[in-house]
Design a protein around this ligand. Structure first.
Ligand code: KG4
Ligand code: ZN
Length: 354
């Protein structure tokens, strides 16, 4: 089965052709980062308009690189939720038009399910089938829009359960806001990651209090860390040189410690031996290193997809859609965008740290 996946939920216009085994035949991602950078974050209307300009060329390129015509496809998958309504609409209308014109089945995909299954994607034959996780696994999904821990018992919506999520900012959002405070530009994750590697977290410990978290809770809160950095900058001014590196290291360390501790706790309390990382923040070197060490200590197997599978892409949407098609599921041309995920949520937003 060869399925086209289209992703336009946020600030990447992406399309890919993937088989139901997860083999990536093509994967085209066109980022809007430069377009939103002057505003310090994603502007929804700017995103939607740029998707409208880019989506047809991106889809054409994905088909061309895979060497398939629309007529050769077994279906069209598209992110239908969660995301920016106007941005989602562009991908949805494109997918519907293509599916209708080519007479192919259409399936909507929940973007979060795409992220949670991205670990199965095979690029140039890697990883080998036996290097991919078996179900169940516990997944940490940390991106610019979402941060939550899930138990994944299978690929369908009903087999995925949220164990805890952030009550305020997403982890990537915290990186982006702190980078903005420090004058480091957008997006903030990669640059904070780079500076943190040269810094000493202990030297800036007083600026970033440890995240006060109830030990047994699987919920996150990152707004307090961001506010602490804001107060520090208001009082002392923007640090430079080594002091800037130290502050980045302290901030990143606090965020990473919370992500690692709660993910490991979730795996242990669920009695699950496999841990999977997903989302753009999974690119963070500090997170990868600390999660690897913590999992090794507890005898947990850690699966970290390559960077291209962690950040937003069309391949994860095509794969999740291929599994829906293989299960005999279809959507109609009435499929509409939804701003919220279809996955049941246990964490209420806006409640502060627990
Ligand atoms: O998954 P993604 O590409 O898009 C969303 O669905 O949000 O994630 C983007 C987020 C941004 O907030 C970015 O700052 C963060 O991932 N990010 C990182 C790193 N690379 C990207 N955060 C920390 N360290 C990184 N190396
Ligand atoms: Zn995403």
């Amino acid at each position: 089965m060869r399925v086209l996946g289209i992703e336009t939920s946020c600030d990447e216009t992406a399309a890919a052709v993937v088989t139901e085994e997860g083999d990536v035949l093509s994967d085209v991602v066109r980022s809007q980062v430069a377009l939103h950078a002057p505003y310090g974050g994603v502007v929804p209307e700017v995103a939607a308009r740029d998707h409208a300009r880019a989506v047809v060329p991106v889809v054409r390129e994905a088909l061309a690189r895979a060497g398939v015509a629309a007529a050769d496809l077994d279906g069209v998958a598209v992110t239908s939720r969660p995301g920016l309504a106007g941005a989602l609409l562009v991908g949805l209308q494109t997918a519907k038009g293509l599916a209708w014109a080519a007479g192919k089945p259409l399936v909507g995909v929940d973007h979060l399910v795409g992220h949670l299954l991205a670990v199965f994607l095979r690029r140039d034959g890697a990883p080998a089938p036996e290097e991919r996780p078996a179900f169940p696994y516990v997944a940490l999904l940390a991106s610019g829009g979402h941060t939550a821990i899930y138990r994944v018992d299978g690929p369908s919506l009903g087999a995925i359960r949220e164990l805890g999520a952030t009550r305020d900012d997403a982890a990537g959002e915290a990186f982006d806001k702190v980078a903005k405070l420090l004058g480091l530009g957008y997006p903030g994750g990669p640059v904070v990651d780079r500076l943190a590697a040269e810094g000493d977290a202990a030297a800036a410990a007083e600026a970033v209090p440890a995240v006060m978290a109830r030990k047994e809770s699987l919920e996150f809160s990152f707004s307090g860390i961001k506010s602490a950095v804001a107060r520090h900058v208001a009082k002392r001014g923007r640090p430079e040189g080594q002091a800037l590196n130290d502050l980045c290291a302290a901030f990143q360390g606090a965020v990473v410690d919370a992500l690692v501790q709660k993910t490991v706790r979730a795996a242990r309390s669920e009695g699950v031996e496999r841990v999977v990382l997903a989302g753009g923040v999974a690119a963070n070197r500090g997170l990868r290193a600390k999660m690897a060490a913590a999992c090794a200590r507890r005898g947990l197997a850690l699966f970290v997809p390559p960077f291209a599978s962690c950040t937003d892409n069309g391949a994860m949407i095509a794969y999740a859609g291929a599994l829906r098609l293989a299960a005999g599921e279809r959507d109609t041309l009435d499929l509409a965008p939804e701003t919220r995920t279809a996955l049941p949520r246990v964490t209420r937003k806006g409640g502060g740290a627990r």
